[in-house]
Design a protein around this ligand. Structure first.
Ligand SMILES: Nc1ncnc2c1ncn2[C@@H]1O[C@H](COP(=O)(O)OP(=O)(O)OP(=O)(O)O)[C@@H](O)[C@H]1O
Length: 283
């Protein structure tokens, strides 16, 4: 069976002959979390905007299930692909949180009972009970981002694109976003992140796609891709700091297959134990 999201030879040229993407091929299956990485202006946003039809290919095709994104409107595609903008102000425009949460569901023509069920579910998920009557513009940036995300999740799209989800989030907000991404993965959704947050990518331990000058430079598990120093340099990317730390400590017996702080602590304890055992044997 072919992957749910397929990008075939995608090229995008903006007016003024700006070639933002060149011959990109990509297949993403159900339950995959994929981080799209690259320096500013590399083409990440241009790529993901093709997934819900915000941009149409200059050449090539994007398939969402059996729908060719070129041939369908954003309204039609939004039932399958939800796009959570980096700046929540671009997404929230109604006078109350509850109206925001209902909006997408109403747009795709769901009946009242289903709308209420879904609004309740996302309200609980993001703990929005106390702010349902509040105007989104009176919320802090963490809450506003969560409302933006909740309103998209209420539509229950198969694919969810998160543009810089942790930017402007406090610690609790970032943790909740990570939990929600993990939950969505378990439910079989496809989550696509555009991000510069390498710690998040490390903690999600996900697949990464690296874009540089509109071309796909790498595609694979974060743990493997982040070891390719020449590629990272070409893309102007740095791996998660903890990975660099582990690499610097390999001469002390630390395994450089570390991606998160938790893994680093485990590795430290393992090396320390080995060291103590060695001391005991020689004493
Ligand atoms: N509407 C537009 N018209 C013309 N050129 C554009 C337009 N949008 C983006 N570009 C150009 O296309 C290229 C890719 O831009 P894009 O926004 O996709 O990059 P990005 O990797 O998402 O960058 P960032 O990390 O800064 O968001 C850049 O050269 C950019 O200047």
């Amino acid at each position: 069976m072919s992957a749910f999201l397929r990008v075939e030879n995608l090229t995008h040229i903006y007016p003024g002959k700006i070639k933002a993407l060149e011959s990109i091929n990509l297949e993403i299956g159900e339950g995959e979390v994929v981080a799209v990485l690259g320096r500013n202006g590399s083409g990440k946003t241009t790529l993901v905007k093709h997934f819900n039809g915000l941009l149409k290919p200059t050449k090539g095709n994007v398939w969402i299930g059996d729908m060719n994104a070129k041939k369908h409107s954003v309204a039609k595609l939004s039932a399958k692909v939800g796009y959570v903008f980096q700046n929540s102000n671009h997404q929230t425009f109604l006078p109350s949180v509850e109206q925001e949460l209902r909006y997408g569901c109403e747009n795709i023509g769901l009946d009242e009972e289903t709308i209420q069920e879904r609004v309740e579910r996302v309200t609980e998920l993001f703990q929005l009970e106390d702010i349902l009557e509040t105007n989104p513009f009176d919320l802090n940036s963490t809450q506003r981002k969560e409302v933006g995300m909740a309103s998209i999740l209420a539509i229950e799209p198969k694919v969810i694109v998160l543009d810089e989800p942790t930017t402007g989030q406090d610690h609790a907000g970032s943790e909740r976003i990570k939990e929600v991404i993990t939950m969505l993965k378990e439910q079989g959704h496809i989550v696509i992140l555009v991000t510069h947050d390498m710690q998040l990518v490390g903690e999600l331990d996900c697949r990464v796609v690296v874009i540089s000058n509109g071309k796909k430079l790498a595609d694979g598990a974060a743990r493997e891709v982040f070891k390719d120093k020449a590629m990272l340099k070409e893309a102007s990317l740095e791996p998660p700091q903890v990975m660099t730390l582990a690499e610097q400590l390999t001469s002390f017996g630390v395994n450089d297959h570390v991606l998160t702080v938790e893994e680093m602590i485990k590795e430290y304890k393992r090396v320390k134990k080995l060291d103590i055992n060695k001391q005991l044997q020689t004493s």
